[in-house]
Design a protein around this ligand. Structure first.
Ligand code: ADP
Ligand code: MG
Length: 289
């Protein structure tokens, strides 16, 4: 059984604008995918394709319009408060901007300890030891504990956000553009740290990014999103070696990562079909073609 199952997820926003017609945005439109225990799964697509909205639904930061999300086989929409509390330990977010998870007025050691305090885990003394262990895991020394987020570099702040996410021993970490705000070399260090932690802790990752190179480096399977829909999904190497949807090909061409022949990706895209059902074009490789 997959750890996370997303089935037919829909999220619609109604945008009411002064003096203009009200519009409905289908931010996420019938999205389904699974993430296995310990697996790294990528959600890739351009800005506005619905990646963050999908993540927010999974993290229960917003209520889906339709569809079902199951964790460990259990629908999270119908969980009791008690079960949701457990779930909040098991699924942890890391955002692009660590300020979304770090209180700027709280020393970072306290931010890392906070989940332990909230969930009443350990005594003050062994919480302190746990926080130091977490800092060590993310490659920071304990001298940083008393600092405020504003006193750290962007990379250090993201390491602290990661330590906080790991505090409760999650099984799934949802990372939404975790290195997009960082310099390339700092981002690369965080990416390597993530891959090491994933392996060492057996973590499942839902890795969300607009960056195809990152997704190729980081994930075992990937789904390509366009305008709220998954247009293609397969094992990551298959998507990069033999992309089947014109949109995937166009993205790869734009990133300078085209496979052999290519052709005119943009022309092909003009006549492409997003509404076609996902079809299994090769074993485990699905595309709307
Ligand atoms: N709270 C909201 N209210 C209205 N529209 C929203 C809201 N959040 C996202 N959207 C719209 O939903 C679409 C998908 O956005 P988002 O999930 O942020 O995409 P991504 O993370 O892939 O850039 C966009 O058109 C965006 O404008
Ligand atoms: Mg986003």
């Amino acid at each position: 059984m997959p750890l996370l199952e997303v089935e037919g997820l829909v999220k619609r926003f109604v945008q009411r604008r002064p003096l203009r017609p009200t519009v409905e945005v289908h931010a996420v439109n019938d999205v389904s995918f699974t993430v296995g225990e310990g697996e790294s799964f990528g959600l890739v697509g351009e800005s506005g394709s619905g990646k963050t909205t999908a993540a927010r639904c999974i993290l229960r930061l917003t209520t889906p319009t339709a569809g079902e999300i199951r964790f460990d086989g259990e629908a999270i929409g119908s969980m009791s408060r008690h079960r949701l509390r457990t779930l909040r330990r098991a699924i942890q977010p890391v955002f692009q901007d660590p300020y979304e998870s770090l209180n700027p007025r709280l020393p970072v050691g306290e931010s890392v300890a906070e989940p332990l305090v909230v969930h009443r885990i350990g005594t003050a003394a062994n919480r302190q030891a746990r926080v130091e262990e977490l800092l060590h895991q993310v490659g920071l020394d304990p001298t940083h504990l008393g600092r405020l987020p504003g006193e750290l570099s962007g990379g250090q702040r993201q390491r602290i956000a990661l330590a906080r996410a790991l505090a409760l021993g999650p099984r799934l970490v949802v990372l939404d553009e975790p290195v997009s705000a960082l310099d390339a070399s700092v981002g690369a260090q965080i990416v390597n740290l993530l891959m090491r932690l994933q392996r060492d802790l057996g973590l499942a990752l839902l890795f969300i990014t607009h960056d195809l190179r990152l997704v190729r480096h980081m994930t075992a399977r990937v789904a390509v999103m366009r305008a709220g829909r998954i247009v293609e999904t397969a094992a990551t190497p298959a998507v990069f070696a033999a992309p089947r949807h014109p949109y995937t090909r166009a993205l790869l061409a734009t990133a300078g990562m085209s496979s052999a022949d290519g052709g005119d990706a943009s022309e092909e895209l003009e006549s492409s079909e997003d509404m076609a059902p996902l079809r299994e074009v090769a074993s485990g490789h699905w595309a709307r073609v």
